[in-house]
Ligand binder design. Sequence first.
Ligand code: EPU
Length: 336
Amino acid sequence: MERFSNISLKPYNTFSIDTIAREMYSFSEEKDLIELLEMHPKQPVLILGGGSNLLFTKPVDQLVLKNEIKGTQVIEEDEESVIVKVGAGENWHQFVSWAVEQGFGGIENMALIPGTVGAAPMQNIGAYGVELKDTFVELEAIQLDNQHVHRFDHKKCHFGYRYSIFKGPLKGEYCITRVVFKLKKNNKLNTSYGAILTELQKRDLVHPTIRDIYETVIDIRKSKLPDPQKIGNGGSFFKNPIVDIATLTKIKQDYPKIPHYPMDLDRVKIPAGWLIEQKGWKGYRRDDIGVYPQHALVLVNWGNGSGAAIWKLAQEIQSSVADTFGIELEPEVNIL
Ligand code: EPU
């Protein structure tokens, strides 16, 4: 393990916010995490993964523990599938690339999502018609206040849209250390998402492979989402709101073309990017912060923007969408 004091967290969050942490340790084994927790009893802790879903709005007083537990291990295999156990500190995209390389399918639609494997189940990451929960088997996590090791199977995680129990009742109580996935050797490819279908047709790919989907997703994401290595951002800033049919019908009177996707009989999901774009925010810039010109759901730090300024802009966007559409946008990123 390594200790850092009064360290800038700029390299550790994809928004590139230059905030200071009083004390930070990195750890690469469960036993080190347990030791660190024992050394700092009752101290509030912030577990840091890839820092891709966080917005720092002030200096960090909590003890920061940077999860660097690595390792990708096939623990079971048969003709159809493999069970893989992955260290929470592994980079998510590298894990996806490894799976594609091996010919293991199920997560190729989630290529290029920033962040670590351990952060992925927290908010049940998803993209292009696939969610983490579709290949998830179980995870191991250490309870911060007593250092007990627990296993959470699918049911115990309570996955929902960009949600798990670790974002709800158990928020801040556990550190996820390992995640187990079931990947398929001959998986049914998910090409149903409009953008993927269009792109595959453009490339004349009638019988796409896992790698074709992986490469298509990478190209689509690169074309409309900013690369956090170059422009600070946390992916989608807000969740796509789910509203009842009555709300949709009311909005349709003024906006007959509003896009929406059915959730169940009474509710639809509306793309938050569309709502934000209607209010004229797409491409908006104030000093070093703004809304990405190619995607209205992504707030960006063009250089030296502060987290507080981004959060202020986010709240202005929330109010303007609420005033016109009566819809409260909920942040997808964690505001700290
Ligand atoms: N749209 C606009 N203007 C914009 C952006 C989007 O009108 O500037 C509308 C369009 O109608 C478009 C629709 O929004 O068809 C959907 O856009 P997109 O396919 O980009 O998806 P999204 O709903 O904005 C979600 C996830 C993304 C994920 C994509 C693809 C959430 C909050 N976001 O975005 O995830 O990559 O679908 O599956 O669910 C993330 O979580 O950080 C993330 C990037």
